[in-house]
Design a protein around this ligand. Structure first.
Ligand code: 6PG
Length: 501
């Protein structure tokens, strides 16, 4: 630990970090534990002094009071990570750094930045000869300290320079680092955005399982915690199931009742799930589960309206004893519903990333992404090991659901999944994520959907034209043409107009 405000004759720093909130501090300590000398700066400089005098004591950490000193203390090419609030703060710090940087230096944004911003920063800095990296960092404060999941993308020329430190400080899964190069421009932040969207989906699914156990099964929180504990030893083994178990077991010491039941039921959100849903709509990919997860948070936030509606709107309710006769089957069915819905959610997430790769010209490596999410991050789970294996076996897999492992898993889970959704619907408990996953599954496996009628409606009221299905062509309705039908016969006989396809 030392201060580095006077210009050193020989810079010692391997890595610079701006932003000493807990995430930043923990990432610095993690890097220092791996033998890297880290130079740190924070806008409120007293934080630097406090950090140096306490957590950083005895470690290879240099604290500075200006961005200039930060740059001067770093070996070339400088590698500087910003862990500051996404948005203007990132641009402000980049602008402060620029006068002191040289061509080939690397600026890394480790915040939850929106990928279009990262696309822009990548291009702006490239023009100046500075290598921009936008990296997803997941795992919260604990992950930052012990090994986060890192998803770097941007200027690929930076990768050989930062690969060592990134892979050293990242979490490991079966000995492999949960960090690899994601792709060009904003690809790293894009993949982190989808990670967060999936995080929203996983959390919503868990909440729905809890709600069904509580409202239909009439389980106590302790009983629900025990169910999650059991599930955590099976196919659902994951960080989020584990913390849910612990949350449900956590009592308020003043009355020994679960803290979770005293928390106001309105969900917050910082926006990354919404970005994923909006992007899915932009790219035309049905990422329905994340969409429902975002809308569920929105509905929860309408607390006053819900309180009012609860006194006006009628529906089924389990008021007395639970209608569940076979508790074990009820719980097993729910486990299958959660598992199957989770498979759908990840399949949708990868569908979205595949489309993004095409539209944005990125080469995304699905197996690598699954491995990056396998450990360290919030959605880490045993299940991601199977996804990694599936994409390693076939990197060009059209859809995760077509892989024999997931196809079989979802086939086996199906009856429990359907019965859980039916239970929830019968007893009036909302399960939007379970239900949309099932509707998506049934939609995907439908050779025919009622969009024929929809096309007819569009053509009826707006002359939007339609195509004739293969093998159904007639003299009136030719194939391989765009056809408009005069559905009402107004202005003459019923007729069809065709346009070249
Ligand atoms: C992570 C988390 C992290 C953050 C979420 C919370 O990967 O470590 O995803 O990035 O906790 O952004 O998001 P909401 O506030 O929107 O729930």
């Amino acid at each position: 630990m030392s201060t580095g405000d006077s210009k050193p004759s020989e810079p010692k720093g391997d890595f610079g970090l701006i932003g000493l909130a807990v995430m930043g501090q923990n990432l610095i300590l993690n890097a220092a534990d791996h033998g890297y000398t880290v130079v740190c700066y924070n806008r409120t400089t007293s934080k630097v002094d406090h950090f140096l005098a306490n957590e950083a004591k005895g470690k290879p950490i240099i604290g500075v009071h200006s961005v200039q000193a930060l740059v001067e203390n770093l070996k070339r090419p400088r590698k500087i990570m910003l862990l500051v609030k996404a948005g203007d703060a990132v641009d402000n710090f980049i602008n402060q750094l620029l006068p002191f940087l040289e061509k080939g230096d690397i600026v890394i944004d480790g915040g939850n930045s929106h990928f279009p911003d990262s696309n822009r920063r990548f291009a702006e800095l490239k023009e100046k000869g500075i290598l921009f990296v936008g990296t997803g960092v997941s795992g919260g404060e604990e992950g930052a300290r012990t090994g986060p999941s890192l998803m770097p993308g941007g200027n690929e020329a930076a990768w050989p320079e930062i690969k060592g430190i990134f892979q050293d400080i990242a979490a490991k899964s079966d000995g492999e680092p949960c960090c690899d190069w994601v792709g060009d421009a904003g690809a790293g932040h894009y993949v982190k955005m989808v990670h967060n969207g999936i995080e929203y989906g996983d959390m919503q699914l868990i909440c729905e399982a809890y709600d069904v156990m509580k409202r239909v099964g009439k389980f106590t929180d302790k009983e629900i915690a025990d169910v999650f504990a059991t599930w955590n030893n099976g196919v659902l083994d994951s960080f989020l199931i584990e913390i849910t178990r612990d949350i449900l077991n956590f009592n308020d010491p003043t009355d020994n009742t679960p803290v979770v039941e005293k928390i106001l039921d309105t969900a917050g959100q910082k926006g990354t799930g919404k970005w994923t849903a909006v992007n899915a709509l932009d790219l035309g990919i049905p990422v329905t589960l994340i969409g429902e997860a975002v809308f569920s948070r929105c509905l929860s936030a309408l607390k006053d309206e819900r309180v009012k509606a609860s006194t006006i709107l009628q529906g089924p309710e389990v008021s007395g004893e639970s209608p569940v006769k076979d508790k074990q089957k009820f719980v097993d069915d729910l486990e299958q519903a959660l598992y199957a819905s989770k498979i759908i959610s990840y399949a949708q997430g990868f569908m979205l990333m595949n489309q993004a790769a095409k539209d944005y010209g990125w080469k995304l490596n699905n197996a690598g992404i699954a491995l990056m999410w396998r450990g360290g991050c919030i959605i880490r789970s045993v299940f991601l090991k199977e996804i990694t294996a599936a994409y390693r076996e076939n990197p060009h897999l059209d859809n995760l659901l077509f892989h024999p492992f997931f196809k079989d898993a979802i086939t086996k889970a199906q009856s429990g999944w359907r019965s859980s959704v039916a239970h929830a619907i019968t007893y009036g408990v909302p399960t939007p994520a379970f239900s949309t996953a099932l509707a998506f599954y049934d939609g995907l496996r439908s050779e025919k959907l009622p969009a024929n009628l929809l096309q007819a409606q569009r053509d009826y009221f707006g002359a939007h034209t339609f195509q004739v299905a293969k093998g159904k062509g007639t003299e009136f309705l030719p194939e391989n043409q765009w056809v408009h039908v005069n559905w009402t016969g107004r202005g003459g006989n019923v007729s069809a107009t065709t346009y070249d396809a």
